[in-house]
Design a protein around this ligand. Structure first.
Ligand code: NAP
Length: 262
């Protein structure tokens, strides 16, 4: 616990990028948590950790370079987190992999199917196995999986994405059935909308710019999910009273068109 001498509660954000990952980290930092940020790209992680430290205090964020497709990499990062920060109280599995422009099954390679499914599902199984023993010993712990519309229904072009997300949803339900009696609160967050970031939300935004869709660009929060707003939902779920735990919640902006297609 060398880097967490004041023994702050620990949240691990697995799949920490500038969108939902960082927003959730910061929401919990604001409540006194220290955060372990896990992803592959060191430069991005360093910038994120430095930004959090400068806003919330030295050693509030520590990063761990991890490839979630590799079990040993996941185990090794969680071992370091335990040594440096202490046991994880909140696990947020946020990594996801999909194509922005989907491909049909016959155009999707087995390699992509395997790689994406490892990120969408296997990494969550391995991460959960790493944190559960300490959570069970403490008789409390929170496990959140970031979901997507593709976890609820299969859509054309998403064969390398949806099966993993469907599985992730099942894994979340199984954690509840197996470990909730021992104090573990697991919840699946269905993000049913593009997030306002570089990828999916960015594609939408650029499309609206090309089309001159002024009413959307001037009212973005009604059309694109804002990571900081979604982070409130994670905090809300974590702080739910014991008598009223949610296990799944769906979230979308006011005017998101996907709603009608669910
Ligand atoms: N963005 C959307 O429009 C949208 C919509 C619905 C649902 N979601 C869900 O939201 C979650 C992502 O949130 P976000 O889009 O805002 O992204 P984010 O939090 O900004 O970043 C997620 C991070 O996951 C990391 N990651 C991906 N593969 C990894 C791997 N193999 N090992 C380690 N880290 C890995 C990536 O960092 P590295 O590349 O550095 O590893 C990436 O920066 C996903 O579960 C996704 O399915 C997103």
């Amino acid at each position: 616990m060398s880097l967490n001498s004041s023994k702050k509660p620990v949240i691990a954000v697995v799949g920490a990028g500038p969108g939902i990952g960082e927003a959730v980290a910061r929401r919990f930092n604001a409540e006194g948590f220290v955060v372990a940020l896990l992803a592959r790209t060191e430069e991005k992680l360093r910038t994120m950790a430095q930004g959090i430290d400068s806003d919330y205090g030295k050693n509030t964020a520590k990063y761990y370079i991890t490839d979630l497709r590799v079990e040993e990499s996941v185990i090794s990062s969680f071992k370091k987190i335990r040594e440096e920060l202490g046991p994880v109280q909140v696990l947020v599995y946020n990594a996801g992999a999909r194509r922005v422009n989907g491909r049909k099954i016959l155009d999707t390679t087995s390699e992509e199917f395997e790689n994406f499914t490892k990120i969408n599902l296997f990494g969550a199984f391995w991460s959960t196995k790493c944190v559960l023993p300490d959570m069970l010993a403490a008789e409390k712990g929170t496990i959140f999986f970031t979901g997507a519309t593709g976890a609820l229904r299969g859509a054309p072009g998403l064969s390398s994405f949806s099966p993993g997300k469907f599985g992730l949803r099942a894994l979340c339900q199984i954690i509840t059935r197996e470990y909730q009696p021992q104090g573990i609160h697991a919840a699946f967050i269905v993000v049913d909308s593009p997030v306002d970031g570089k990828l999916i939300g960015g594609v939408r935004r650029r499309q609206w710019e090309r089309e001159g869709a002024k009413e959307k660009l001037e009212d973005l929060d009604a059309y694109l999910l804002q990571p900081a707003d979604l982070a409130q939902t994670y905090w809300f779920l974590h702080t739910q009273p014991q008598s009223a735990w949610s296990h799944e919640i769906d979230v979308r902006p006011q005017k998101e068109g996907m709603y009608s297609r669910l």
